[in-house]
Design a protein around this ligand. Structure first.
Ligand code: GLN
Ligand code: ZN
Length: 745
């Protein structure tokens, strides 16, 4: 019998407290360091990370959640399931990175969001004929290192059901049919982990928190009966997170596995008996940054029957390393927060309280209570003016006139098939230099502003020369489309070092929305006004929508998201009204994250879409009917949100489509969409310059689905990640193709 453990987390961040892994991986890609040097950085990060987890008091430590790029990609390597097109690449690391990001000749795997987080994983490509083969070197090596270091290591892998459900079937087959081929590999892996000295193994099955049908539940039973009947294996912990388990829980409880990890932040304590299995209780939120209410957590822990271990609700991958790096916040605010390191202390403290009684942790418990107590009474969390505005909102504040097109057409004369772009232009070296110099104090605000204005003037010039119809200022002044607004709104703070991995070496620094949100002063009006004065063509005002601001921030957890969304919406609404007053006739409110926040369970989806749409409409209904409102959506399959897109009621919606061949237009037609639409005709995710012929063909396809009177012409998304020359050439081709199509209308 393997002994139970008492204190753990489900996984750890890997990018490094100072983003060391990001730097090392990028140096390797650039040829500045070799594979040995990269492996040394990886080894040291793992060693130091594991040491920190053990030092915090964990008696079972996850191992194998480290990755050079992505843990799903690592699973594809473990199962021998990398796509055939990279198989010929001799060098292991090069093969791995080719699958992750492509090379001159090879397309990378697709990337998509990991459940409802802002982390992206690489989607395995499988088919009925994929030949799996176990390749356990990475996990065995990391286990061996950890054990040599004296760490009570618990190797972590993604479970077979989640792996298959998150994969893409190249041949449209039902990938769960491949379980029979996969399970023997898992059984063999269990034996090897056991032989290498693992007492426990953690098998992640987050896909089980989604709605499953009866067949899929039966599959859960079958898979875990099979794995738990392996003769030679470590104790099995099946880990779920991001939601409650539902019917999958009794199925798991009936098998011979030894433990189940439950997310008790996202879901309540279930009434299902676990038959003596270890319940790894995720009572410390692994994906938000608030200090845990320890009294609440203790109440939850005491209500659990049978053996219990204290844990985070999910891997710490989703939160920054430590609050210690944040020097710019006041003590009250600091007292409400817990980043990765602080969450480890919370887990350890709770575990101590369970084992030794509350009295044994009386002092730290009282300190935590006192720090948290000020959160309920801090005036920043309860702004009467904001509350009053919110209470006074009526349906008419979320409605615009029914017939706006004529007024808008009169206000700005546009040709048929008007051309525009999504907002940002390439972030040039000069922009980056200016930002760095401002940060280091080498230049002052005035100099920075004048440099940004030069960038704006260049971008306006370029668009006029190309012949674009509705211009943008290019967003040079924005570091990030959410952070830029968070820095100017009350109720937010932008962290200094709160980096989290978004994908591969890309990290983001989500701002913290901690209080009532309001807009003390205009945020974008000067820039837009400056740009509009440079040209007689209309310049779009560019704003980020309330849903996207919520999706890409850490958001307060003390009130419903819908309420917070309405507060942000009012702040954006104020900005639209000021833009309009400054002479801006077209305003775009971006909502690229609309799809991303969609809840995992079907029953929760419509309530979410209702408040998300309402928040967008509040943010865009303060302007007159003569002002044209645009929105922009990207990064997703729009199927489940197609009705919501219609309900946004934006005068023009630009939408990612260059890769999906205009399917989205037909989907929109089917649900009765009748407003302007700009399907992307130029895939900005690739450096390739699309030819005139190609764009013309896409425009023709679009015209098959949409009358010319409603069709706009634009790229798929913003241009900020692209190079200047390639953007110029691509836009020139876009204009040429459009002129040709226009001429034949
Ligand atoms: N306006 C933004 C830009 O062009 C939109 C970015 C996005 O959709 N992610 O950069
Ligand atoms: Zn986009």
């Amino acid at each position: 019998m393997t002994e139970n453990f008492a204190t753990t987390v489900l996984g750890a961040a890997r990018i490094g407290p100072g983003r060391e892994l990001k730097r090392a991986v990028e140096s390797y890609w650039a040829g500045r360091i070799d594979a040995d040097a990269l492996h040394t950085v990886g080894f040291e990060l793992r060693r130091d990370g594991l040491a920190a987890l053990a030092a915090a008091g964990l008696d079972s430590v996850p191992v194998g959640t480290f990755s050079y790029y992505d843990h799903m990609l690592d699973m594809s390597v473990l199962l021998g399931a990398l796509p055939a097109r990279v198989a010929g690449i001799e060098d292991e690391l090069d093969r791995y990175f080719a699958a992750a990001r492509g090379n001159d000749t090879v397309q990378p795997l697709e990337m998509t969001k990991w459940f409802d987080t802002n982390y992206h994983y690489l989607v395995p490509e499988l088919s009925a004929s994929t030949e799996f083969a176990l390749n356990p070197a990475k996990i065995l090596g990391e286990l061996e290192d950890a054990l040599a270091q004296g760490i009570p290591a618990r190797p972590v892998v993604i479970g077979p059901i989640t792996y298959l459900l998150l994969s893409k079937a190249l041949d449209g087959s039902n990938l769960l049919d491949r379980l029979d081929d996969l399970l023997p590999l898992y059984v063999s892996l269990l034996g090897q982990l056991r032989a290498a000295g693992a007492q426990w193994v953690q098998i992640d099955e987050p896909a089980l928190v989604k709605d499953l049908d009866a067949d899929q539940i039966a599959t859960v039973s079958r898979v875990y009966e099979t794995l738990s009947s392996a003769v030679d294996r470590p104790a099995i912990l099946v880990a779920s997170y991001f939601g409650r388990l539902g019917e999958a829980l009794p199925a798991l409880a009936a098998t011979e596995i030894e433990g189940v990890a439950l997310d008790l932040v996202a879901g309540a304590v279930p009434a299902v008996p676990l038959n003596g299995k270890l319940l790894v209780a995720g009572v410390v939120d692994g994906r938000n940054i608030w200090r845990t209410d320890l009294d609440n957590a203790l109440t939850t822990l005491r209500s659990l029957a049978g053996p219990v271990a204290v844990s985070t609700s999910c891997s710490l991958l989703h939160v920054p390393y430590t609050l210690a790096a944040e020097t710019g916040i006041d003590d009250a605010l600091r007292g409400w927060l817990a980043f990765g390191a602080e969450k480890l202390s919370e887990v350890a403290l709770l575990s101590h309280a369970v084992a030794e009684g509350v009295d044994s942790v009386a002092r730290p418990l009282a300190a935590a209570r006192a720090a948290l107590a000020t959160r309920a009474t801090d005036p920043r969390l309860n702004n009467p003016a904001v509350r009053a505005r919110l209470a006074g909102l009526t349906d008419s504040d979320a409605r615009r006139g029914d017939d706006r097109a004529a007024a808008q057409a009169e206000a700005i004369a546009l040709p048929v098939l008007p051309m525009t772009t999504i907002g940002s232009f390439p972030q040039t070296a000069q922009i980056r230099v200016a930002r760095a110099e401002l940060r280091k104090g080498l230049i002052d605000e005035a100099e920075y502003t004048s440099r940004m204005k030069r960038e704006i003037a260049d971008v306006i010039d370029l668009q006029e020369n190309l012949g674009i119809d509705v211009l943008v200022h290019g967003e040079p002044e924005r570091n990030d489309m959410v952070q830029y607004f968070a820095e100017q709104l009350d109720g937010f703070f932008a962290t200094q070092s709160g980096w989290v991995q978004s994908y591969g070496s890309r990290c983001v620094r989500p701002p913290v929305l901690f209080g009532d949100v309001s807009r003390p002063a205009p945020m974008t009006v000067d820039w837009a006004h400056y740009a509009q004065n440079l040209t007689t063509k209309p310049v779009k005002g560019m704003l980020t929508g309330p849903v996207t601001i919520l999706a890409w921030a850490f958001v307060r957890d003390d009130q419903p998201l819908a309420e917070t969304a309405d507060q942000v919406a009012l702040a954006i609404r104020d900005e639209t009204v000021d833009l309009e007053a400054a002479g801006i006739k077209v305003i775009q409110v971006d909502e690229p994250a609309l799809r991303e926040l969609l809840p995992l369970r079907n029953a929760d989806k419509q309530p979410y879409l209702d408040w998300a749409v309402r928040a967008f409409r509040i943010s865009t209904s303060g302007v007159a009917d003569v002002t044209s409102v645009h929105t922009h959506l990207c990064y997703s399959e729009f199927g489940e949100v197609i009705d919501a897109i219609v309900a946004l009621d934006a005068d023009v919606t630009s939408i990612e489509a260059a890769r999906s061949h205009m399917e989205v237009l037909r989907d929109l037609n089917e649900v009765g969409f009748h407003l302007g639409v700009g399907p992307g005709v130029y895939d900005i995710h690739s450096p390739r310059v699309p030819s005139v012929v190609e764009i013309e063909r896409l425009l023709r396809e679009a015209l098959d689905a949409v009358p010319a009177s409603r069709l706009w012409v634009n790229p798929d998304c913003g241009l900020k990640t692209r190079g200047t020359t390639e953007v110029e050439e691509s836009l020139r081709n876009m204009v040429e193709a459009t002129l040709m199509v226009r001429a034949r209308l």
